[in-house]
Ligand binder design. Structure first.
Ligand code: ADP
Length: 247
């Protein structure tokens, strides 16, 4: 039955802004450890869906069940604590801190910047930082200030800052925007490693990248699900072709 084995079950989700339904009776379900990509034309409601899941926007109707827990009644910080991590499109790392420090201050259990710098580093934190740094290809840059990183490396660092919090669900808004072809390839590799332990929900426009990473694709249009399935399925769906050609 619906909603039992899913990590995330979104049902009948609706939000209206001044009577305009940006998300309109939307339902979709994520299996544990899948990579789902949401695509769709501008204004389809993709970003609003992520805003609703992370509690930044409150739903007008519907439910969001995450690991069996209803998220629509929780506040943003409670949703983070439930294991939902969200990365926005623009990287927001601490430019003046090193890569190591950016990861260290993101480690849960209240490590503040001051605390991290003032006291001897906890072995468990150092190990977690080193493990995440390797996953995000930044081992050699651990002692560099974040300001010296490329745009792509900053995107990876921000993913690392989420990973170190061990979220069950990681939501990424256009993770390869502004990246080189080589960085896109490495990001696809990174996402495959991440899904050994995490479920990933991505908004993406780059169809090559979508094909590289997606287990399943959900196509949104006018706040609703237009099509869903494998990349091959949605690409050959006449409804999808019509919406994209019509733009
Ligand atoms: P997408 O991410 O697919 O491009 P969005 O979720 O950003 O689409 O937006 C869907 C629609 O909802 C757009 O028409 C947008 O203008 C509108 N919208 C999004 N957020 C708000 C808001 N806070 N207030 C009013 N309208 C909004």
């Amino acid at each position: 039955s619906k909603g039992t084995d899913f990590l995330l079950a979104v049902e009948g989700l609706t939000v209206s802004f001044d009577g305009f339904k940006a998300v309109d009776d939307l339902s979709f379900y994520l299996d544990p450890k899948e990579i789902r990509v949401i695509i769709g034309p501008n204004g389809a409601g993709k970003t609003t869906v992520l805003d609703l899941i992370c509690g930044k926007t409150k739903a007008t109707a519907g439910s969001i069940k995450f690991a069996g827990k209803e998220l629509t009644k929780l506040k943003e910080h409670q949703i983070v604590h439930s294991g939902v991590g969200r990365k926005f499109q623009t990287p927001s790392v601490f430019e003046d801190l090193t890569v190591f420090e950016n990861l260290e201050v993101s480690y849960p259990q209240g490590h503040s910047v001051m605390g991290a710098l003032a006291f001897k580093r906890d072995r468990a934190v150092v190990e977690a930082v080193e493990e995440v740094a390797e996953t995000i290809f930044l081992t050699d840059a651990l002692n560099e200030p974040a300001a010296s990183l490329s745009h792509g490396q900053k995107q990876w660092l921000e993913i690392g800052m989420l990973l170190i919090q061990k979220p069950d669900l990681l939501m990424l808004d256009e993770p390869v925007a502004g990246m080189s072809v080589a960085e896109r390839k490495k990001t696809a590799e990174l996402l495959r490693v991440i899904t050994r332990d995490h479920t990933v929900l991505v908004i993406e426009h780059d169809m090559q990248f979508v094909g590289d990473i997606a287990d399943r694709v959900t196509v949104m249009h006018q706040g609703k699900v237009l099509s869903e399935g494998s990349i091959e399925h949605v690409k050959s769906d006449p409804k999808v072709i019509e919406v994209y050609l019509g733009h």
